[in-house]
Design a protein around this ligand. Structure first.
Ligand code: 5GP
Ligand code: ZN
Length: 123
């Protein structure tokens, strides 16, 4: 597995961020891309990824504090945009599976943002 790079040719999420594989876009800027999960667990389920190829949270260090802060600070706005109801009745869940024990399947850092009225398929 590659480490932090500006694009891994074998990474599906690098290809999605570059527009080489189609996805349903939620948001993008210079640093990040967000798109609908292909197998949603709930009425709202999208993934927020850095454009930089960071394999997982396990590779995150102090040099990524700005990027991670940017991602976390975007979540409330994007969650509301995608239909999560207002806090406290509504809200959302953020999940960041990391490594095998963490249940990570795609090795490009991503934050799941999950919400909408229950029941959900999972969780
Ligand atoms: P993980 O277990 O790594 O946290 O979850 C990866 C997520 O990526 C899964 O929820 C899966 O449905 C989603 N996913 C995998 N491949 C694709 C794809 O090609 N397009 C989209 N939109 N989502 C994907
Ligand atoms: Zn990648």
């Amino acid at each position: 597995m590659t480490d932090v790079t500006h694009g891994d040719p074998n990474c599906i999420f690098c290809k999605i961020a570059a527009g080489q594989i189609p996805s349903k876009k939620v948001y993008q800027d210079e640093q990040v891309y967000a798109f609908h999960d292909i197998h949603p667990w709930a009425p709202v389920h999208f993934l927020l990824i850095p454009k930089l190829h960071i394999p997982s949270m396990a590779q995150v260090g102090p040099e990524h504090a700005g990027l991670l802060g940017h991602m976390m600070a975007l979540v409330p706005r994007l969650a509301a945009q995608e239909g999560c109801r207002p806090y406290p009745e509504g809200g959302f869940r953020i999940v960041c599976n990391t490594g095998g024990d963490g249940g990570q399947e795609v090795h490009h850092l991503h934050i799941h943002v999950i919400g909408g009225p229950r029941p959900w398929l999972k969780g």
